[in-house]
Design a protein around this ligand. Structure first.
Ligand code: EPU
Length: 417
């Protein structure tokens, strides 16, 4: 089992490059199977989720090559086989194979998706969308069987603003007959990225990035080459790490607009944040104020940065309240932060953080991806050597984490024990 060791107390400084967005990548890879021609994806992050998705497509019969940050996918020989078990169980975003297979073959059989345990994560809105398009869905032995004689465009109102449901419906509707309108759609930048890829493949999708998306179905999609947008959550994690160590870091290859909610909160805390074209410079100090945070769908404060922010707020003067409106239980990092000397009390969907605590190193466990990011930040802040297990969670979403942080003066290493 691999463990990550961090010798805390170093001030981060220098430049760091952000990779392509995980949550785009895991939608763009399945989106590519809507075409029988080759799709080339550039700027893919080097993370385990990308490797696993490539393996899943190979198991289905596609030809997939991954060289560095470029994946070539030729799914002309892909078959609509059932995917009840195996890798799909471990990858939350395997649910995109439902929309993509349905769009390509009119059918899909797939096990219920796994992923981080953040409380209940229903997919009723995905199902509602597929049914509205004409699919019949049955649930047997842990798998969903989705079948449609003909997918036909319609108007779909999402009861919950959902990234996954919005993308999955776009995938299923791209080759459907007629026009689909998704109302109360999610507006995340990753949704625009998926629409951009699909349009480059010949789809007709308008309005991605707003809450009404219009899709006019086309018969066939062709090949193309697409470069993935930067990962705003990875960028945000490094911005928070810079502030947490009183550092001076230029986070490069970002779209600053995607990070506005974080930038605003950091400034409210008295962190200096400067936007420079496609970079953000964060200059920290040791005199931060407490802030309250409520996570919301984009452009609100992202739930995926709530956990890293909790670590930073242990430094701030006063009491901060972080409320997660997206997930019921995304505070499993709190106990581990408390073991390091923090005071984080979880009350329902909120965490109450008493600041001005000095963190000390101990053995902690990453229970999910962003909990892992929070513990890395805490380790960078703490006195002594922090030992983090559950590193595979972190590897799902952060490309070359140690290499990148070591480039900023962090002292960290990995050991198999
Ligand atoms: N929801 C429903 N019904 C549905 C779908 C969602 O009730 O059919 C609820 C969820 O339970 C949740 C809320 O709606 O309470 C939002 O869920 P959403 O569908 O937007 O989340 P997701 O698509 O499953 C993606 C990211 C998550 C990120 C969320 C919110 C991917 C692969 N995952 O998940 O990323 O937290 O959007 O922004 O894109 C992460 O990167 O650490 C991560 C968990």
């Amino acid at each position: 089992m691999e463990k990550l060791f961090i010798k805390g107390g170093q001030r981060l400084h220098g430049n760091i490059q952000v990779s392509g967005a995980k949550n785009s990548a895991v939608a763009l890879i399945p989106a590519s199977i809507l075409s029988e021609s080759e799709i080339i994806l550039d700027n893919l992050p080097e993370i385990s989720d990308v490797h696993i998705y490539g393996e899943i497509l190979k198991e289905l019969g596609a030809s997939v090559t991954l060289e560095g940050e470029t994946m070539r996918i030729d799914s002309s020989n892909l078959r609509p086989q059932a995917m009840p078990n195996g890798k799909v169980k471990y990858l939350r975003a395997s649910y995109y194979l439902m929309g993509a297979m349905l769009g390509r073959f009119g059918k899909a059989t797939i096990g219920m998706p796994g992923g981080c345990n953040l409380g209940p994560r229903p997919i009723d809105q995905h199902i509602k969308g597929f049914e509205a398009l004409g699919a019949v869905i049955t649930h047997e032995q842990g798998s969903l069987h989705i079948q449609a004689k003909q997918l036909t465009g319609t108007r779909i109102y999402l009861d919950v603003v959902s990234v996954g449901a919005t993308i999955n419906i776009m995938l299923a509707a791209a080759r459907a007959k007629g026009k689909t309108i998704i109302e109360n759609a999610a507006k995340e930048p990753e949704i625009i990225d998926v629409a951009t890829l699909l349009n480059s493949m010949g789809a007709n999708i308008k309005g991605a990035g707003t809450d009404v998306i219009r899709i006019r179905g086309v018969n066939k999609l062709h090949g193309c080459r697409h470069s993935i947008i930067p990962d705003r959550i990875e960028a945000g994690t490094y911005m928070i790490a810079a502030a947490a160590t009183g550092g001076d870091v230029r986070v490069e290859n970002v779209i600053p607009r995607h990070l506005e909610s974080l930038t605003a909160k950091l400034r409210e805390m008295n962190v200096e944040v400067e936007e420079i074209d496609d970079a953000i410079r964060v200059t920290g100090n040791k005199d931060y104020h407490s802030v309250d945070i409520k996570t919301l769908p984009y452009p609100g404060f992202p739930t995926d940065l709530q956990q890293p922010m909790t670590a930073l707020l242990t430094l701030a003067q006063g009491t901060s309240i972080v409320t997660d409106n997206i997930y019921q239980s995304r505070f499993r990092h709190a106990d581990h932060l408390n073991n390091m000397g923090a005071s984080v009390k979880v009350e329902g969907r909120s965490a109450v953080i008493e600041g001005r605590r000095d963190l000390h190193a101990t053995k902690v466990t990453a229970t999910d991806l962003r909990a892992g990011a929070a513990l890395v930040i805490a380790g960078l802040m703490a006195d002594g050597i922090t030992e983090i297990s559950g590193v595979y969670h972190i590897d799902r979403g952060y490309a070359r984490l140690e290499e990148k942080l070591k480039g900023l003066n962090a002292q960290m290493w990995r050991e198999s024990r």
